[in-house]
Design a protein around this ligand. Structure first.
Ligand code: BGC
Length: 292
């Protein structure tokens, strides 16, 4: 387990449990702030929800499936002294998203941090990709981020900057992917959605900056979660994957959570419209490690 936590293992046994976050850090940089993390019942969203809770934020754990997991994450947030609840909503539905933000307003009086994390893959060879597969992925990964960001911006503007809580009126983090710049054969819908997230994020950032609202993205590389289990759950697959990762280890959800806490905190106050690649160098053209 120690090796797992350090993340140096050359190969990850899928039967081992998820990496456990370090117990609640003393420094509660996000105390007094409310965060909504979409798609937070598993994978990267789960790691971010726990990380924000450990940093002192109250956390709304949005999920579409995995209610028990979502409730367990809320318990972990509460264990660290913050508040939270789980809320089921489909981020691609305008009605669901508006109801989710209305409840947030009632229960917490507003929102400080939105993490647009909900995302999925529906892979197919391009000529076999159905319109349903295309629409589903664009609907959740891109339209979902649009709908949640729009509600968050409305809420941030209503409340403005709160002295003593944060320098900004609100922060949005868009969870994108290295595939917002790396083309991905067999995943055209997914790469298109993430490329869309990238310029949507920058355009929103430009528009809302005068209201002291910051909008940034994190683009993860290969992170050990259920979405890409096929890429790390056997020794052979893991070795293939490492050809694409100069840092020679798979990422853990904690790697993303730490970046998210930083981008949500005032430590990154002058940063907006930026994309942080948390990918062990996957975007460094690993094919050029030799040759060229
Ligand atoms: C995808 C994963 C993939 C990773 C690196 C992510 O955005 O969801 O399936 O392993 O990119 O290619």
């Amino acid at each position: 387990m120690d090796v797992m936590n350090k993340g140096y293992a050359p190969f990850h046994d899928p039967t081992l449990p998820d990496v456990v976050m370090p117990s609640c850090p003393i420094e509660k940089k996000l105390r007094g702030q409310t965060a909504l993390v979409t798609g937070a019942s598993s994978g990267i969203g789960k790691g971010i929800a726990i990380g924000l809770g450990h940093a002192g934020a109250d956390v709304v754990v949005n999920y579409i499936s995995g209610e028990d997991e979502a409730l367990a994450i809320v318990e972990e947030v509460k264990r660290c002294g913050a508040k939270g609840y789980a809320h089921r909503a489909d981020v691609s539905s305008e009605d669901d998203v508006q109801a989710m933000f209305a409840r947030l307003q009632d229960e917490f009086g507003g929102i400080d941090i939105l993490v647009n994390n909900a995302g999925l893959q529906q892979d197919a060879a391009f000529e076999e990709m159905t319109l349903a597969q295309w629409n589903k992925v664009i609907g959740v990964n891109l339209t979902g981020q649009f709908l949640c960001s729009r509600e968050a911006v409305r809420a941030f503007k209503r409340r403005g900057v709160r002295e003593g809580v944060s320098c900004s009126a609100g922060k949005i983090l868009c969870i994108s992917s290295v595939h917002d710049v790396i083309p991905w054969a067999g995943h055209v819908n997914y790469a298109a959605s993430k490329g869309g997230v990238s310029l949507m994020m920058k355009s929103i950032a430009q528009e809302v900056a005068p209201w002291r609202i910051r909008v940034n993205a994190i683009s993860p590389g290969a992170i050990r979660t259920p979405i890409n289990m096929a890429a790390w759950s056997t020794q052979e697959a893991y070795q293939e994957l490492m050809k694409l990762v100069p840092y020679k280890r798979i990422g853990e959800t904690d790697d993303i959570a730490r970046a998210a806490v930083w981008l949500a905190s005032d430590d990154s106050d002058y940063i907006t419209g930026a994309t942080l690649y948390v990918d062990g160098g996957m975007t460094l053209y690993p094919g050029f490690e030799t040759g060229g």
